[in-house]
Design a protein around this ligand. Sequence first.
Ligand code: SAH
Length: 475
Amino acid sequence: MPRLRFFPISFDVAGKAVVVAGGTGAALAKLRLLAKSQAHLRLVTAEAEPALTAFAAEHGIEHRTSELTLADLADAALLFVATGDKDRDAIFAGLGRAAGIPVNVVDRPHLSDFAVPAIVDRAPVAVAISTDGLAPVLAQRLRAAIEALLPPEFGRLGELARSLRSAILSALPTNAQRLRFWNRLIDGRAADLALAGNLAAARRAALSALAGSTGEEAGIVWLIGAGPGAADLLTLRAQRLLLEADVIVHDRLVPDAVIEMGRRDAERIGVGKAKGRHSVTQGEIDALLVRLAREGKRVARLKAGDPLVFGRAGEELAALRAAGIRVEVVPGVTAALAAAADAGVPLTLRGVAASLTFATGHGAEGSEPAGWPAIAAAGGTVAVYMGRTAAAETRERFLAGGVALETPVLAVENAGRAEARLFAGTLADLPALAARADVDGPVLILVGPAVAHGALADAEPIVPAAAAPVLAAVA
Ligand code: SAH
């Protein structure tokens, strides 16, 4: 087994002098990092890059404009050296050692007593990543991954913990009891309140849980937008809640990669509603969510795109509210936005399109969808959901609203995903979409003059080339 050469420790710098010697950009980088701490920072350098001087002034950092001497180190706890000059670096490192304080010389490990890890700062919580100085890129990668895992407010959990320590110590005598309590606390309502910034309420909730007065843990349902189907279009909040959920209830359109992001031991329930083939009714889904939450479960209700856009979230919210169950909505990237992004189509464009309408090609239970032809007559960009099989009817609705046959149309199958396909044409072509056997993924249709301003050169025609067999035969 390899052993660590660099052993990560956390050094108490509160109120202590930390000296940075040198006037380089590297010195500035160190100062920036150290400015996250409670240390008293002292910059010592006769010559400094303007950005360094400005940073010191802006952050009230003591700046001694002379070369480093022992006197500058008299009260110091740590020394960082970044002069950019090999010989001076060595001399200053020697001064630090003579003063008996640990030294870090930027990019010169042989002159250094310690290395500085990559840091994820969620004060008072910090994650330090050390690679024995060998693989900075690996450290950066790891840091990015951990940054994504810890919401910016994560440190508030640390503050909450700090404020509860002594109360918990005196209330719960055994280590096992305390561990159990902390674990429940981190998964529970107090942590949610702390993450939402309400530390006082979080503390109250925690203390009343401690007094055993809250009884059973209450369940919660998060209505989470999973985005168009690419795992990296999920929000950080969605990712965090997925990891917290005991149960994941998902639609058919949510891809496995996203469902997999939940806890390994979480229960997963598919309530997919394939078009025309309702495996589970909406009423059954509502009842399922209420039942799970009543069992005290933390339920992630995952929906494609945004839950509030053609997601039947209205019914689920109403059922949960009526049952007195706590419910929160996490927005997601809706298909229209993903489709527009795939082709770089400006959904609104000065002088061309001043509005964006989310419309559906299907009414409830196969009825005529409401709002047409006024939707078409509005004149901006219209995003049509569930419009592929009703492409011909959709065209008629646009025509009835006075939209011209030559108005540009873009249909995107599997928008936002690696396998996205773009189909461009005009309103005249739209019915051909329904006839295509090679298109069976979800399709979002954008209609309006702004569509022509997208990057459509690589899009396929809506009417497949094979539909012109005569020409093909001649060629
Ligand atoms: N709540 C979802 C919409 C659900 S309705 C959202 O905000 O995106 C289902 C319709 O959404 C599909 O018929 C299709 O028109 C559209 N849709 C969902 N995901 C899509 C995707 N990745 N690409 C294209 N269209 C999609």
